[in-house]
Design a protein around this ligand. Structure first.
Ligand SMILES: NC(=O)c1ccc[n+]([C@@H]2O[C@H](COP(=O)([O-])OP(=O)(O)OC[C@H]3O[C@@H](n4cnc5c(N)ncnc54)[C@H](OP(=O)(O)O)[C@@H]3O)[C@@H](O)[C@H]2O)c1
Length: 245
């Protein structure tokens, strides 16, 4: 894989994935909402061995601009071997419960924006007949819980969208990868008390890189979340609805 697009590249996890591709001498198109952060990351990736690093700006709330960003990535790189969609935002659940405006924004950033990017990418890769599309969802999307079901429902919808896309593109030789991390120690969880289940951005980002190269389907990371979620999914609803989770 030589030409990689990373949307939401300034995220702690995506930064680690980008560093893995830089070590391999890849040509990267990194996109984010802050030019200053992107320039800093681009310098870091060049020092680590990236052949060339291009940057592009977007805001997840401006859905209409997403096609244009990917068109510009395509024209800059000439072709795209793989794309990662990594941006996301953890909304204040209580605030969203009092106003649908927060919920609308959370759904736009965590679901509609990835879907807008995925729609362009799916059509591009379907025509190309090879490549990988990866997006970061979350274990939070596997079952709705009172503490974060707004974020969880956006990620759950994203997981289902990716599942359908995988089914559509597999016969065309294109892999679609859903990443389902558990807790990661990143700026997104800065206000959450850390416990033994927290993984580092480096561990998760490195796993994302491996998954993209292998064209994995669904990746729980760290791996033990697959077993945790298997148990959580199978708790009967009449018990689950009484749990304080
Ligand atoms: N941390 C966790 O525990 C955890 C668990 C499961 C899944 N995830 C998912 O993992 C992915 C990476 O997150 P992270 O943990 O690495 O957190 P992070 O470092 O806080 O990264 C979040 C990224 O999203 C970008 N972003 C947020 N709102 C945006 C908007 N309106 N427009 C454009 N970009 C926007 C941020 O841009 P700026 O850099 O400019 O702020 C940043 O690059 C996300 O999809 C997240 O939902 C995280």
């Amino acid at each position: 894989m030589k030409k990689i697009v990373i949307i939401g590249a300034t995220s702690a996890v995506a930064t680690e994935t980008a560093r893995c591709f830089a070590l391999e001498g890849a040509e990267l198109f990194i996109a984010g909402r802050s030019q200053e952060k992107l320039e800093r990351l681009a310098d870091d990736l060049r020092v680590r061995g990236a052949a060339v690093v291009h940057t592009g700006l977007f805001n997840a709330r401006d859905l209409a601009s997403h096609d244009q960003l990917l068109e510009s990535a395509y024209h800059t790189l000439g072709e795209i071997d793989a794309a990662l969609i990594a941006h996301g935002d953890l909304p204040d659940q209580t605030e969203c419960q009092h106003s649908w405006i927060g919920t609308e924004q959370a759904l736009a950033t965590n679901f509609l924006s990835p879907v807008a990017f995925l729609t362009w990418l799916a059509n591009y890769f379907e025509k190309r007949g090879t490549g990988n599309i990866t997006a970061i969802s979350s274990v939070a999307g596997d079952r709705g819980r009172q503490s974060n079901y707004i974020y969880g429902s956006a990620k759950g919808a994203l997981s289902v969208f990716l599942q359908g896309l995988r089914n559509r593109l597999a016969p065309r030789g294109v892999s679609v990868t859903t990443i389902k991390p558990g807790f990661i120690d990143t700026p997104m969880t800065a206000d959450i008390k850390k416990g033994p289940l927290f993984a580092s951005a480096e561990l998760v980002g490195t796993r994302v890189h491996k998954a993209m190269k292998r064209g994995d389907s669904v990746v729980y990371t760290p791996f033990f979340w697959r077993f945790i979620m298997l148990i959580i999914i199978h708790i009967p609803e009449f018990i689950f609805k009484r749990l304080k989770l």
